[in-house]
Design a protein around this ligand. Structure first.
Ligand code: SF4
Length: 55
């Protein structure tokens, strides 16, 4: 299990500094490395567009 970022991502950068394991990468749309993500849900809670969900 890992969280995933949907097309609703606006690349605002809010989540990236919140991830405790630095699993989130920047881009046109941000992405989460499923092998690094520990499924904590922190990023989903801070996303202003609610773009992050459990896979
Ligand atoms: Fe990082 Fe937690 Fe989001 Fe996974 S669920 S990407 S570990 S903040």
């Amino acid at each position: 299990m890992a969280y995933v970022i949907s097309d609703d991502c606006i690349a605002c950068g809010t989540c990236i500094s919140e991830c405790p394991v630095e699993a989130i990468s920047e881009g046109d749309k941000y992405s989460i490395d499923p092998d690094t993500c520990v499924d904590c849900g922190t990023c989903a809670g801070v996303c202003p567009t609610e773009a992050i969900h459990p896979a």
